[in-house]
Design a protein. Structure first.
Length: 121
């Protein structure tokens, strides 16, 4: 399988990088056509977003508009010309919660190709 597939780099951003963005990163684990990373906007985030994250990413997905606003305020140069999408997913879920996975799949579908998922149950 030596197809020269282009890898799309996805960055997922939420507040603390513990539930929403980390779940989104895990959702793309093992996909050959994507690399995913996640970070948070808060100082106490598991992984705090940096200019390096933004420079690395092809597409930036923010969970809330406040995250996108904060990135644009804090990193105006790095965000210039970047494809940044707000998913409007509230902080109502725990890590890898099935409802969060469903919402992520639905809201990411217009932007990325997700693998066919055959949920058991």
């Amino acid at each position: 399988m030596s197809e020269a597939a282009e890898i799309t780099k996805l960055l997922f951003v939420c507040s603390r990088n513990r539930f929403r963005s980390l779940t989104a990163e895990k959702l793309f684990e093992g996909f050959p056509s994507y690399q995913a990373r996640s970070a948070g906007t808060q100082p106490d985030a598991r992984m705090v977003v940096t200019a390096g994250h933004l420079g690395w990413a092809d597409i930036i997905f923010c969970m809330e508009k406040s995250h996108l606003d904060r990135l644009r305020r804090k990193f105006p140069e790095e965000m210039q010309g970047k494809r940044a999408i707000c998913l409007h997913i509230p902080d109502d879920y725990t890590f890898m919660h099935p409802d969060l996975l469903d919402e992520l799949r639905a809201k990411l579908a217009p932007y990325v190709t997700l693998p066919d998922e055959n949920p058991e149950g």
